[in-house]
Design a protein. Sequence first.
Length: 448
Amino acid sequence: MGADILINNMDRLADLDEDTLTAVLAIYRADINEERTQLGDGQSHSTQDYFSDNLTALECYLDEVETQNSLARDARLAQSIVDAKLGDLSTIAEIAKEEAQAREDRAFAERLAGPNSVPRGAASANNPFGAPPTYEDAIEITSSPSLSKLAGLWVGTRAGRTLHPQNEHSDPNIEPEFDAVLQTECDSCGDLKSYFQVAALACNHQYCRECIHELFQKSFLDDSLFPPRCCRQHISISDVDIFMTKDLKDRFAAKTIEFNTPNKTYCANKDWGAFLMPQNIINNVGQCQNCQTATCTFCKNEGHADECAQDPNLQATLDLAQQEGWRRCGRCQAMVELRTGCFHITCRCSNDFCYLCGAPWKSCSCEQWDEARLTDRTAQVAAREGRRGDEAQVRHELITRHDCEHDRYRGVAGGRCDECNDVLPVFLYRCTRCGLELCRRCRHNRMR
């Protein structure tokens, strides 16, 4: 059998060149397909199952060999590009000198021609597209940090170092001290990471690949973290693209649609509970693509032909909310409870509204805080900051800074985070303006 030959020669596949390996894999696949069609001729069911499982395992092995061969081919191509660039460094340096001299000559000629000459780079009848790209334009592309990190991740550290912008014209045998420059502390986990494993965000914080993955994955499950952000600035996919897997990108795209959909509907089958995409909802009935359950978009229960009845569980929740004084967000319909602070509510969907009436914040004439809550908050902040006896001043600061931007923090001993309510025994951040105490996750990734 061809399968037997494959099993006895698996170790030799790694020694084949690319063209030979491709041909051998095609032959083995043809043999496996032929043997699969012959199953059942005078064989018992158990024997058929045994050989069928073996053939399936061999097909999976061939798939893995092809995948590894493709990765090796890509790595060789990337290495060849790097080697070509290394070989051209001296030539590029000479071109750079010639380009610089040409620019100086052109500038001198323009000064001689006077103020009415056509500026360099401007379009004209003979050159409608303006000046061609300069040497610096090209070198900026080939020396981008992303290219350097891609090379460091997939080709090798030496290639990544060579393409690093700080090392454009250096010898490829990098000095040991240059490696120290390529060590960066991740602002999320605090670990020292290789330059190639860290992404710079818009707020100038540095996140390692593992922390980027963790933040995105948690944001898919917790709307208060979505869209992923740091220092209230959204994390652009372009800033972390080289670290994102296809699965993360696909889940981010799906979550973006879910997050931006008002009055969301989830599958009534509690075993799935998946979000129903708008395109899968017709005539107010959504069809789950996982279990095919139909869900009514009004009552959120299984689809029905008769008139939509009020959900008793939902009504019980609404009755309890009214009794406890909770407020429902007008955008995403989430229930919100105010524990402390003023009546300004920022929902996890980014909706800012008044806790008393539900109107957009500062569009109503409601009071902005409750006296009892303000008194409790004053006592809490005074106790935290060791300012007992100075409650009047603390109260005044809370009133004048109730719309605090929370942009100034200092580290304090651990305690309970005011945002997520988790207890951090060692360390918290305290806002120096309003006294809000936050954990690292809430300060950097949850505050909107």
